[in-house]
Design a protein around this ligand. Structure first.
Ligand code: AMP
Length: 218
């Protein structure tokens, strides 16, 4: 059976880091809608041109645009054997659309990474990402250091300043938190404590995914 995984959690919970790590270990694609949008902005595509100002304000890109991007991505061959969605769905409407896209596929496994808000603000406002490959630097890395993955330059994300971070967390509480209730009653839902060291979170995540996959009858 294919492992069709969603990683939920607020901005700064470590979704991207954990999803990337898990995807690499399992050999399935990590599908980050934030990364796809940032690439579209960089490339200046029509979607990117429309998304840029929305992303910089901390608001959400429209459900229609995002669902279309995800639909096309899930249709690609490499997603047939499983995938990890990171940053999608972010609204109940997106979750309902995703359930539609999943008809005829193996059930979704959903893991929520929970982290208190004060910790999220601290993490996000000090986060550095690589200008070239988009990888997050280890917390505490100097802004002068090169990217550990590709040697590129580190910088702060355009939407990681405190004002926009507070807006993104508000948008999360209003639009994305209700998703936890949308999925909570499924036998394939699990939550993990994201306020731990990354290795502990990774171990808990792997255990939660295994347990949730069992919930799907595997
Ligand atoms: P992220 O890298 O996941 O934090 O996403 C960065 C920004 O991209 C968000 O603040 C939104 O503006 C936009 N975005 C990413 N994923 C979605 C989504 N599923 N729905 C709407 N907007 C999104």
């Amino acid at each position: 059976m294919a492992l069709n995984l969603i990683v939920l959690g607020p901005p700064g919970a470590g979704k991207g880091t954990q999803a990337q790590r898990f995807a690499r270990e399992r050999g399935i694609p990590q599908i980050s809608t934030g990364d796809m949008l940032r690439e579209a902005v960089k490339a200046g595509t029509p979607v990117g041109l429309r998304a840029k100002a929305i992303m910089e304000s901390g608001a959400l890109v429209s459900d229609e645009v995002i669902v279309e991007i995800v639909r096309e991505r899930l249709d690609q061959k490499d997603a047939a054997g499983g995938f990890i969605l990171d940053g999608f769905p972010r609204t109940v409407a997106q979750a309902q659309a995703l359930d539609g896209l999943m008809l005829g596929r193996d059930p979704l496994v959903v893991v929520d990474i929970a982290v208190p808000e004060t910790e999220l603000i601290r993490r996000l406002t000090s986060r550095l990402v690589c200008e070239d490959c988009g990888t997050n630097a280890e917390p505490g890395t100097s802004p002068e250091a090169p990217c550990a993955r590709c040697g590129g330059r580190l910088k702060q994300r355009a939407d990681d300043n405190e004002g926009v971070v507070r807006e993104r967390l508000k948008v999360y509480r209003q639009n994305t938190q209700p998703l936890v209730d949308y999925y909570r009653t499924r036998p394939t839902f699990r939550a993990v404590d994201g306020a731990q060291a990354p290795d502990r979170v990774a171990a808990d995540l792997a255990a939660a995914i295994a347990a949730a996959a069992n919930g799907a009858g595997r």
